[in-house]
Design a protein around this ligand. Structure first.
Ligand code: TMP
Ligand code: ASP
Length: 252
């Protein structure tokens, strides 16, 4: 499908104008960054894996009735999505202490939390995506009170779906980040899940061994990131059981 004009280039994805008004083509790059792009690399195969994994999660969420921006995967690296106005917040759900939560509260990584915790961070790389309160969100007009309720509901529905899906393949969903966008249809406006869900934006640990199968492999130099993502894809049945980063390559 012919791509339109480049609209936005992020760290892991590029957005192009889609073929019809109200659509966008989301292109998954092989670039990996961490710590606000202080650490960077290009990892052959990462974009294709994230495109496939994201498609799988978005299709599943659409099936259970959660509205998402996903329309269809176009090819190895691209998917067609609805255009939305992104809410400038990163919504994080945590089931198990890890990462910045463990640091902030000095709680050992791996400690189960008594209930899922929803956090909001301002989506602003120049500020390092700081954690913000509901008070901040309302006062600064980043989202309305109804939208905060909707964001929480969407985040917890995604958590229930993803945690169950992952448990079924022997993986613990430790935490994840999502973004939502405003979709305008006639006079109606609603929030839908946007951006991506992939091992770039989740923490996924093997249930038995706690082996990390997510971007922490890259952040913490724990081995091959694409091997870890391939393992998730194999367990989900998206890649053949004997396939992997050393197997046949996906052709662009
Ligand atoms: P954190 O523990 O570093 O705050 O990360 C929480 C979750 O959010 C984790 O699953 C990784 C994800 N995440 C992103 O998707 N993008 C980011 O920029 C950061 C910092 C975290
Ligand atoms: N997404 C951020 C970056 O690209 C941080 C992270 O995921 O660790 O640098």
């Amino acid at each position: 499908m012919a791509r339109g004009k480049k609209i936005y280039e992020g760290k892991a994805k590029t957005l192009y104008e889609g073929p019809e008004p109200g659509t966008i083509i989301q292109y998954f790059k092989d670039d990996a960054t961490a710590f606000n792009a202080v650490k960077k690399d290009t990892l052959d195969g990462k974009g294709a894996l994230n495109n496939l994994l994201c498609e799988h999660f978005m299709l599943g969420l659409n099936t259970i009735g959660l509205p998402t921006h996903f329309i269809r995967r176009l090819n190895v690296r691209e998917q067609l999505v609805h255009k939305v106005e992104i809410v400038p917040l990163e919504i994080i759900v945590r089931n198990v202490a890890a990462g910045s939560f463990s640091k902030m509260f000095n709680i050992e990584e791996g400690t189960p939390l008594p209930r899922p915790i929803v956090e909001f961070c301002l989506k602003d790389d120049s500020l390092g995506d700081p954690l913000v309160s509901e008070e901040h969100i309302l006062a600064m007009n980043w989202a309305s009170s109804n939208e905060i309720d909707d964001m929480r509901e969407i985040a917890l529905r995604v958590n229930d779906f993803l945690a169950g899906l992952m448990y079924g393949i022997g993986i613990k969903l430790v935490d994840f980040k999502i973004e939502v966008g405003r979709q305008f249809e006639d006079d109606l406006q609603r929030l839908i899940l946007a951006d991506e869900i992939s091992p770039d934006s989740c923490r996924l640990w093997d249930v038995e061994t706690n082996q990390k199968l997510d971007k922490d492999v890259f952040r913490r130099d724990l081995g091959s990131l694409t091997d870890a993502y391939s393992e998730v894809a194999r367990r989900l049945g998206i890649l053949p059981k004997n396939g992997g980063s050393t197997g046949p390559k996906l052709v662009e």
